[in-house]
Design a protein around this ligand. Structure first.
Ligand SMILES: [Zn+2]
Length: 153
């Protein structure tokens, strides 16, 4: 997905941006990802005085594996990530999509469902409450997750 796998980065990590739900290449879960800054600290009398060896890491919240990216990729990622809401909003949109889909599809057989218009309907409804770009981003990730057949063991 992103590059080189790094394990054991978690301790000194500072969360820079929430990236929403993404598929993890390592554990195969769809989990919350964030961009972290990890640096080694020089401490004098317990007060950190310098940070060196700074790394940008994209980390999976389930298996705590991370992928290092360079500064250019980080800037690009942050630009692409503008449509991703905060974690709280991401989760509440995700839950509402899930409820709406269950409500509309429960007990119906697949052939009678026009999934595209169901999605359209739900998006329109949620956009009355949430920012349009946020709804679109979460909906895309939700569908990616729902349609993924390569599940964790
Ligand atoms: Zn993972």
């Amino acid at each position: 997905m992103f590059g080189i796998l790094i394990a054991g980065w978690g301790k000194n990590a500072k969360e820079v941006a929430y990236l929403g739900v993404l598929k993890c290449d390592n554990c195969k879960n769809h989990s919350h990802f964030s961009l972290y800054e990890v640096a080694n600290k020089v401490t004098v009398y317990f007060i950190p005085v310098a940070r060196f060896n700074k790394k940008n890491i994209i980390g999976c919240s389930i298996c705590e594996c991370g992928w290092e990216i360079d500064e250019t990729s980080k800037q690009q990622l942050l630009r692409e990530n503008m449509g991703t809401p905060s974690k709280e909003i991401f989760i509440s949109i995700w839950d509402e999509i899930s409820d709406e889909i269950n409500e509309r599809l429960y007990g119906k057989d697949d052939s009678s469902i026009d999934l595209e218009s169901v999605i359209e309907e739900i998006s329109t409804k949620l956009k009355r409450t949430y920012t349009g770009r946020h709804v679109e981003t979460v909906m895309m990730r939700f569908l990616g997750c729902a349609m993924d057949t390569d599940k964790p063991e």
